[in-house]
Design a protein around this ligand. Structure first.
Ligand code: AMP
Length: 305
C-alpha cells in the first residue's frame, strides 16, 4: 500500500493539551491563527479557514456548540452536528488542529464569570436574544486564552458579533489580529449557514427572500432613495411574500456603532433577522448611496457581501 500523503489533521479535546500545543508553536517561532466555530461546516467556514492560513503558520479551528449563548427556547439541541464530516472538511481546507472541547471541560463549575459589553449588544440580535452576546464573548475570550492565537478570523455574516468581538479584543488588550471576511453565499444568493440544513425545500425557498430583501433595498438606495423607512418597507415586502416567514427585525444602521439611521447619506448596514418556519436566519449588506443618474445597475448593485 502506498504511504498516505494526505495531511494529517489532529484533534485536541483537552484544554491543557491545546494550551501546550500553542505554547510549543509559539516557542518554535510559529504564528497561530484561530477560526472559532460551532461546526457543521459549509463553504463559509472553509473560506475562513483558508483565510486563516494567510495569517498564521498553523491554523486551529475550534468546534464548540456553546450552550451559554443559546436562550432557553432556542435551538441548542436542534443545532446540526456532524463531527466526522467536519474533520474531513477542515482537513481539505488545510487546518492543522481541530480543537473540540466538551462542555464539561469548558464550564466545569457552571458559569459565574461572564464578559458583558454594554453598547453594541444593545442593538439588533442583542435585543431579540438577551444574553446571547455575553455567552459569545465569554466563550470567545476563553478560546482566546486557551489557543492564544496571533490572529482570529470571523465572518461578516455575523456583522454585529464581529464588531462586538473587535471591541472586546481592544478593551481587554488581547494581542490578536481580528480579521473579518465577507459572507459566502449559495449560487442563488442565500447566505450559507449551518442552520440552512434545517430548511425543507419550501422553507429554503422562503429563506431566499432574506437575500432578495437586501437586493431590493440595495437597488432602491442605488436609485437614490435615502429614506431608511422606505427602504425597509421595500425589504419587508420581499419577506412578507412567504407565509412561513416571521420578521424578527429589519434595520438600517451605522456599520460601526449600529445606531439606527434615518437618512442614508453614507454606506449603511442593513441587517435582517427572520424566522423561516422555526429556523431563525440572519443576513446583512452594506447599502451604498447612489443617484438616479448612475443608470444601469447590474446585479448586486448597491449591495456589498
Ligand atoms: P458558526 O459556526 O455559525 O458559529 O460560525 C463560525 C464562523 O463562521 C463565524 O465567524 C461566522 O460569522 C462565520 N460564518 C458563518 N456563515 C458564514 C458565511 N456564509 N460566510 C462567511 N462566514 C460565515
Amino acid at each position: 500500500m502506498a504511504p498516505c500523503k494526505e495531511k494529517i489533521i489532529q484533534t485536541i479535546q483537552l484544554i491543557p493539551e491545546m494550551k501546550n500545543w500553542s505554547d510549543q508553536n509559539r516557542l518554535a517561532g510559529r504564528s497561530v491563527a484561530l477560526v472559532p466555530t460551532m461546526g457543521y461546516f459549509h463553504e463559509g467556514h472553509l473560506a475562513l479557514m483558508r483565510e486563516a492560513k494567510r495569517h498564521g503558520d498553523r491554523v486551529v479551528t475550534s468546534i464548540f456548540v456553546n450552550p451559554i449563548q443559546f436562550g432557553p427556547k432556542e435551538d441548542f439541541n436542534a443545532y446540526p452536528r456532524d463531527f466526522d464530516r467536519d474533520l474531513a472538511m477542515a482537513r481539505s481546507a488545510g487546518v492543522d488542529i481541530v480543537f473540540a472541547p466538551s462542555s464539561a471541560d469548558m464550564y466545569p463549575e457552571g458559569v459565574d464569570t461572564r464578559i458583558r459589553q454594554e453598547l453594541l449588544p444593545a442593538h439588533l440580535c442583542g435585543l431579540s436574544r438577551p444574553g446571547h452576546f455575553t455567552g459569545v464573548l465569554t466563550v470567545v475570550a476563553k478560546l482566546f486564552h486557551i489557543v492564544n492565537p496571533h490572529a482570529a478570523v470571523f465572518g461578516q455574516k455575523d456583522w454585529q458579533q464581529l464588531a462586538i468581538i473587535r471591541k472586546m479584543t481592544a478593551d481587554l488588550n488581547f494581542d490578536i489580529n481580528i480579521i473579518g471576511l465577507p459572507t459566502v453565499r449559495e449560487q442563488d444568493g442565500l447566505a450559507m449557514s449551518s442552520r440552512n440544513a434545517r430548511l425543507d425545500p419550501r422553507l429554503r425557498e422562503a429563506a431566499l427572500s432574506l437575500y432578495r430583501s437586501l437586493k431590493a433595498a440595495g437597488q432602491k438606495v442605488r436609485n437614490g432613495e435615502t429614506d431608511a423607512a422606505a427602504v425597509i418597507r421595500a425589504a419587508e415586502k420581499q419577506i412578507a411574500q412567504y407565509p412561513e416567514n416571521r420578521i424578527d427585525y429589519i434595520r438600517i444602521c451605522h456599520p460601526d456603532t449600529l445606531d439606527d439611521i434615518a437618512d442614508i447619506d453614507a454606506p449603511s448596514l442593513m441587517a435582517v433577522a427572520v424566522f423561516v418556519g422555526r429556523v431563525r436566519l440572519i443576513d446583512n449588506a452594506l447599502l451604498r448611496p447612489g443617484n438616479r443618474s448612475a443608470g444601469a445597475a447590474g446585479p448586486g448593485a448597491g449591495l456589498d457581501h
